[in-house]
Design a protein around this ligand. Structure first.
Ligand SMILES: Cc1cc2nc3c(=O)[nH]c(=O)nc-3n(C[C@H](O)[C@H](O)[C@H](O)COP(=O)(O)OP(=O)(O)OC[C@H]3O[C@@H](n4cnc5c(N)ncnc54)[C@H](O)[C@@H]3O)c2cc1C
Length: 380
């Protein structure tokens, strides 16, 4: 182990930095991945510990400004989760002959969802849309370093812990690097999502979508056709993701769930947007919150301003409306129990337990007095 299990984000910085290539990731009994060091090859240089972002904290900065934003090109943002900001930034970097790193649904031996490198506009589609699961970085930090050293313009998009991992791995600033982090709720291990997919279809799917303009619906695709779709209430995976039931341990003590950020630009959904804001009146859904953190980030957004509809808002409005900018997701009281249930009978057992409780709670809710007593008892 490089760092205590509860703190490890599975960012792959150690895997990428090891000069002897003796660190690889392995799944634990619940499918979450952690680094394993091959002691027979390790020369104890301790580089892995020196650059681990969970041991040596990366610098974070308070946002310079805050914008409510969405892309003007409705076709382009159709497949995006929120306002399509990530896609517009990616397109711009590719246009300038740069490369973009982001998460894609790959479904191969290296993982279900992985961070990949793209260098052409056709592939941007692969990155579009949030994949609500832990995305594997694999060797992309090393690839990005090579691109940076070769003077390529690089845009790296990921969760804040992945951006922190990249920065720790690089150990120096690059003028040709732009980083964008997502406001992040937490990530379940890929195995949970694999189980859910297996339960829903026998097809070897090649696409996934968690959100569309219709709402929070998990859709599985094969050859661009939907083979199965399920709502967030019916899918135990999606329900568990939204209710923070089975994230990686570290997500419940996330170092980046605060207003101060480690990237050039932070993007997310503008949950707390004032309904009186002009932009809200013109479009109620799919409005992103965009927080420029560095000068470089501000300049990149300025360059692209003609492509966005936007309105400046107070930073505090974004913070107040988005709990992930205040504190990490709360670990459920039955977290350990759910893990044990998974070991006994997989996602099915979790589903039985969680959905049964939800049903009881719903029944109680229908009787206001009984529900009030139930809540008081639970608070104790
Ligand atoms: C696991 C996860 C949890 C999130 N939780 C919140 C939240 O609590 N509050 C909130 O406001 N927003 C959250 N978001 C962000 C939100 O879903 C949108 O991605 C964001 O608003 C940007 O939308 P967009 O339309 O600009 O880009 P999108 O089209 O959604 O694409 C955004 C970029 O995200 C990258 N990406 C997609 N999936 C992953 C992944 N699993 N890991 C790393 N990078 C990925 C892609 O490379 C793409 O470039 C979360 C995103 C993820 C992936």
């Amino acid at each position: 182990m490089v760092v205590e299990k509860e703190k490890c984000t599975g960012c792959y910085a150690c895997v990428n930095i090891c000069p002897k290539n003796c660190i690889h990731m392995e799944e634990d009994e619940n499918g979450a991945i952690y680094p394993v060091i091959d002691k027979t090859k390790c020369v104890e240089c301790n580089l892995c510990k020196k650059i681990c972002p969970s041991i040596n904290k990366v610098k974070t900065y308070y946002p310079k400004e805050c914008f409510a934003m969405y892309g003007k090109n409705s076709e382009l943002i159709k497949k995006s989760t929120s306002g399509g900001i990530a896609t517009i930034l990616a397109k711009n970097i590719i246009k300038k002959d740069g490369v973009v790193y982001g998460a894609s649904f790959e479904n191969n031996e290296k993982g279900l969802v992985q961070t990949i490198r793209i260098d052409n506009e056709k592939e941007i589609e692969k990155l579009q849309g949030s994949k609500y699961v832990h995305s594997y970085i694999n060797k992309t930090y090393s690839m990005a370093k090579e691109d940076l050293e070769n003077k390529k313009l690089v845009l790296f998009i990921g969760t804040p812990c992945q951006i922190a991992g990249l920065k720790s791995f690089l150990r120096k600033e690059y003028d040709n690097l732009y980083t964008v982090d997502l406001i992040c709720h937490g990530v379940p291990p890929q195995r949970y999502l694999k189980d859910e997919i297996k339960d829903l279809t026998d097809e070897n799917i090649d696409g996934i979508s968690f959100r569309s303009k219709e709402g929070f619906i998990l859709k599985l695709y094969k050859d661009s056709k939907i083979v199965k779709q399920i709502s967030k209430e019916e899918s135990i995976y999606y329900y568990g993701f939204l209710e923070s039931l089975f994230y990686r341990e570290n997500c419940y003590q996330c170092l980046y769930a605060k207003p101060e950020r480690c990237s050039d630009i932070t993007i997310g959904d503008f949950w707390g947007l004032d309904k009186e804001a002009e932009i809200y009146k013109s479009k109620k859904e799919g409005i992103s919150v965009v927080l420029p953190i560095s000068e470089k980030g501000s300049n990149l957004l300025d360059e692209l301003i003609a492509e966005f509809n936007f309105e400046e808002r107070p930073v505090q409005e974004a913070v107040n409306g988005n709990s992930q900018l205040q504190h990490p997701s709360k670990k459920p009281r039955n977290y350990c129990k759910l893990k044990k249930l998974y070991l006994k009978g997989g996602l099915h057992r979790i589903k039985q337990n969680v959905f049964k409780k939800r049903k009881i709670k719903q029944k109680l809710k229908n009787n206001k007095l009984v529900y009030y007593i139930y809540k008081k008892v639970k608070e104790k």
